[in-house]
Design a protein around this ligand. Sequence first.
Ligand SMILES: [Zn+2]
Length: 148
Amino acid sequence: MALAEAVKLTCATCGQGNRVPMSRLAEGPKCGVCGAALVDGQVAELDATTHDKVTKEAGLPVLIDYWAPWCGPCRMMAPEFAKAAKALAPSVRLMKLNTEDHPQISARAGIRGIPALILYKGGREVARLAGARPAADIIAFARQHSTG
Ligand SMILES: [Zn+2]
């Protein structure tokens, strides 16, 4: 019997790597360690450790919103990003990183202004989008760069 095709998904809450069969992605898979949803259309909040794990994973494409609480455009975009997360599930996972709490990460990523969106696929950055965008733009950007 052939092994079912599976993807490795890092839990954004505890950092555990989970293997999920492709056929079960739409069934709301949960982390085997902490029980957090792995692909549920919600925007997961990352810390420095989980950020580095999800951006290096070879599983599903991950779109990260680099934001900060003092940034007005970031707060304006948050509901749009949340809408995009629902629309893109389960093929792209959307997450956010607070650059005020984790300035070393935004410095390493070369982010000069926020909000900034970076799409990671196959363990590396494939595209970035600067500035606050409506959900439709975020969805189009993610689809354009995550397929193929
Ligand atoms: Zn977990």
